[in-house]
Design a protein around this ligand. Structure first.
Ligand code: URA
Length: 230
């Protein structure tokens, strides 16, 4: 986006006022005064007007081992949220790429790069989400067949994408799905007459929960993990 439009949009001022601010040297890009109103602002440029940061170049990509009991929300009056577990300096910038229910544990991605997180979570991108599931009732052989066919969700009026179920025990399985609908895994099991009693996300796309992270710990993603989202 052109600098004058960028300034006007982020300060809710007219383009004329934005151009005046630029011409008077009050706008800096990556620390240097920029007086050309037509230069293009990229999404990872740092842009300041006087002392205000309008856009920060640094992008953050974190993986968190979410413990059960934490809400996938930025704030909540009652329950602890996943943001309570990350560096306070980063909290205001981060959003969650693919929420987990409060009782679900495992891989949670936090980032300030909205385009990147949309690519990771959008159903049409078909990035696998892999869950370890424990159920109340024994898992029947029919379950894998039904999940592979897709489960109809009447509320949304849609059928889930074919999912793969690998049975690990009588009441234990690894499930790979390609969307992240509301309570998707739980509702899929309800649809086949079963109930999820424990759910843990192991992987999103190529990003695997780091086994060295204890519940509640997080680390920055590595370059290859960020790049794997495309
Ligand atoms: N499906 C669920 O039902 N819950 C989650 O937290 C994630 C997927």
């Amino acid at each position: 986006m052109r600098l004058d439009r960028f300034i006007s949009k982020h300060t809710r001022s007219s383009q004329k006022a934005a151009r005046q601010a630029i011409a008077s040297g009050r706008v800096h890009i990556d620390g240097a005064a920029e007086r050309n109103p037509t230069v293009t602002v990229g999404r990872f440029h740092t842009v300041t007007l006087d002392e205000s940061v309008l856009q920060s170049r640094e992008s953050h990509y974190l993986m968190l081992h979410k413990p059960a009991g934490y809400l996938s929300a930025t704030r909540d009056p009652t329950h602890p949220t996943v943001l309570d577990l990350v560096d306070p300096a980063l909290r205001p910038q981060l959003h969650i790429g693919g929420r987990l229910d409060r009782a679900t544990s495992g891989l949670l991605i936090l980032t300030n790069d909205g385009r990147w997180s949309r690519r990771l979570t959008e159903p049409r991108e078909k990035h696998p989400k892999v869950y370890h599931v424990r159920t109340l009732q024994p898992i029947t052989p029919e379950t894998a067949v039904r999940f592979a066919e897709g489960i109809y969700f009447p509320y949304e009026g849609l059928t889930t994408s074919p999912a793969q179920l690998e049975q690990l025990g009588r009441c234990e399985a690894r499930l790979t799905i390609y969307e992240g609908r509301y309570h998707q895994v739980k509702r899929m099991f309800v649809a086949v007459g079963n109930r999820v009693v424990a759910l843990h996300r192991e992987r999103m796309g190529e990003i695997q929960l780091d086994p060295s992270l204890a519940p509640g710990e997080c680390r920055r993603l590595r370059h290859h993990e960020i790049a794997s989202v495309g």
